[in-house]
Design a protein around this ligand. Structure first.
Ligand SMILES: Cc1cc2nc3c(=O)[nH]c(=O)nc-3n(C[C@H](O)[C@H](O)[C@H](O)COP(=O)(O)OP(=O)(O)OC[C@H]3O[C@@H](n4cnc5c(N)ncnc54)[C@H](O)[C@@H]3O)c2cc1C
Length: 351
């Protein structure tokens, strides 16, 4: 079988890149290891254009937001599924946050994404907001799990999906092509998430993945139709269910769910709501992250048949579509630009 590209991994990164390449008329086969837990299986799907800690814009958001909306709407049409839910995030403010919200929002030009004036008297049933809330108006969530499973079916129907792990021993890199079993392609692009740490071609890259855990809870009667955030977010997903997240750990990169993470999330949730919720499930995953928290995109200088699209970190839903769109332009030769902060070349620069 001859195709333009082999894509390794069908998490969010592989899905978005395959979608863009197919839209541009390219042929491909996606290999996905069914035995690995994807970060994308765990992700809440939150879209937040603002970094609350510093009250600044999220990296590249002015470019990424528009493309994000465009891509998920295109995918909704392609897959006949509702995937994108634009809903505001309401940040519960502390006493000192009200003045800070106004000054930082102005100084950091956040006006496109949030209400500049906090709502001092905003009230919810069952949630204390003594100093009001600040509202991020351009925010929401994407149902990543639905997106990925529907896209797998789409690929299967095109005979473009293999439910198997790529074994590096069996990969043959030739001067102008790559061969894997019966598939021959111009290039192979790795979208392996955190597993890229074990890829022999990317030994020079500096990964700094983080483990995260989230809870899904049932809270009848809360009736939230906005995402509420303080130290954790409370995201409504329908049928009285809410996702609460997320924890960050850099020292224990495994998929085990832990009591300590559950207690941390519940204790932070308790600062927002006092009802005792029913825990439906708890999940753990590893966010694929680089040392500088920027994505890693491009082809190896010495083996240009091998590429990577990874490092989406905790912002994959917002950043992924724009990065996939840009990278596709690069792959097709329509552009020679990969953002220098995201370019794989940063790991190969000689001092
Ligand atoms: C608790 C938690 C909460 C999160 N919440 C959010 C959120 O609210 N919003 C947000 O934007 N992001 C969130 N994220 C981050 C988000 O999950 C990632 O940005 C994104 O899903 C990464 O996608 P990926 O495709 O790079 O990796 P993955 O989803 O991990 O996918 C990699 C895929 O590659 C496959 N693979 C690996 N090696 C091979 C091989 N050799 N052969 C074949 N297949 C292979 C794996 O099986 C896997 O399917 C969260 C993450 C966690 C852990």
């Amino acid at each position: 079988m001859e195709v333009n590209y082999i894509i390794v991994g069908q998490g969010l990164a592989g899905t978005l890149l395959a979608n863009e390449l197919i839209r541009q008329g390219k042929s491909l086969v996606v290999f996905n290891d069914p035995d690995q837990i994807k970060s994308s299986d765990i992700a809440a799907g939150l879209i937040n254009p603002v970094v609350f800690r510093r009250m600044t814009k999220s990296w590249m958001v002015d470019n990424a937001f528009h493309q994000m909306e465009e891509t998920y709407r295109q995918l909704e049409g392609l897959l006949h599924q509702k995937l994108y839910y634009p809903i505001p995030i309401c940040r519960i403010l502390g006493q000192d946050d009200v003045a800070l919200w106004k000054t930082k929002a102005l100084a950091n030009r956040l006006g496109d994404y949030l209400d500049m004036e906090p709502q001092i008297n905003h009230q919810y049933d069952g949630i204390a907001t003594p100093f009001g809330i600040g509202k991020i108006t351009k925010a929401g969530r994407v149902d990543i799990q639905q997106l990925i499973s529907s896209f797998t079916e789409f690929l299967r129907k095109k005979d473009s999906f293999r439910n198997e792990k790529i074994d590096f021993e069996k990969l043959q890199i030739k001067s102008d092509m790559v061969c894997y079993k019966d598939v021959t392609a111009e290039k192979i692009i790795f979208c392996e998430g955190a597993a890229a740490s074990f890829n022999p071609y990317f030994k020079k890259l500096k990964f700094k993945h983080s483990k995260g855990e989230i809870l899904e809870l049932e809270i009848p009667g809360l009736n939230l139709n906005e995402i509420v955030s303080k130290e954790v977010f409370v995201m409504p997903v329908g049928d009285d269910r809410y996702r609460i997240g997320a924890t960050y750990r850099w020292d224990e990169l495994n998929m085990e769910i832990t009591t300590s993470a559950r207690e941390e999330l519940l204790s932070k949730l308790n600062d927002i709501i006092h009802e005792l919720p029913e825990i439906i499930n708890q999940k753990a995953g590893i966010r694929p992250t680089m040392h500088d928290r920027k994505p890693v995109i491009g082809f190896l200088e010495e083996i240009p048949q091998i590429g990577i699209f990874n490092g989406l970190g905790s912002k994959g839903v917002l950043l992924g579509p724009y990065q996939a769109f840009q990278f596709t332009d690069y792959i097709l030769g329509n552009s020679t630009y990969i953002h220098p902060e995201a370019n794989i070349n940063r790991y190969f620069k000689k001092n």
